[in-house]
Design a protein around this ligand. Structure first.
Ligand code: SF4
Ligand code: SF4
Ligand code: SF4
Length: 168
């Protein structure tokens, strides 16, 4: 059976974080499709994504690639946040809390580091910080596995919400 780029992309963690070294999930899927990239670069997807890609493509399951950078998480500068809620509406993992006209903050445990909240912020008060500042264990195997599990749960929820919207 011929595997499509879409089928490869569907296996990835979908956070568009660029931690694989490509400009998002689609370009990485294209690179895998054309045999230009190994299947072990989607860091937030962890071992689950490698196993799924291995099965889909009939390739050897590789160990997760060693990340070039420390994991990053978002941080809101409380002095500048105007409480506009635009970041909340963008965050795919529900990692931002706050109410209208109140300061917003990030639940660091939930942040996948996808950076999607940064462009909509009208006052540029969201920065990406080294996760190890907040979590000394960030980046170790257990932390990576936990993060990948949470992202996988989020993808499941997102798919269910989409299906519910389609059927309503
Ligand atoms: S690391 Fe994974 S989730 Fe992030 S952009 Fe690359 S493929 Fe997508
Ligand atoms: S807080 Fe920002 S960087 Fe973190 S998961 Fe949400 S949108 Fe992505
Ligand atoms: S988008 Fe920026 S200013 Fe608006 S609530 Fe989020 S962090 Fe605060």
């Amino acid at each position: 059976m011929l595997v499509t780029i879409q089928q490869i992309e569907d296996q990835l963690a979908s956070t568009q974080c660029e931690e694989c070294g490509y400009k998002g999930c689609r370009p990485y899927a294209e690179a895998i499709f054309s045999n230009e990239a190994d299947i072990n670069l989607c860091r937030p997807g962890g071992k689950r994504v490698i196993a799924n890609l291995s099965k889909l493509l009939g390739k050897e399951p590789l160990a997760p690639a060693k990340p070039k950078e420390a994991p990053l998480i978002a941080w809101v500068d409380p002095a500048r946040c105007i409480g506009c809620t635009l970041c909340i509406q963008t965050c795919p993992t529900d990692a931002i809390v706050g109410r209208s006209k109140r300061m917003h903050s990030i639940i660091t445990d939930e942040c996948s580091g996808c950076r999607l909240c940064i462009p909509p912020c009208p006052v540029d008060c969201i920065e990406m910080k080294d996760a190890s500042e907040a979590f000394p264990k960030a980046g170790d195997d257990k932390w990576e596995e936990e993060r990948s599990k949470k992202i996988s749960e989020w993808i499941h929820i997102k798919k269910e919400r989409k299906q519910q919207r389609r059927s309503s």
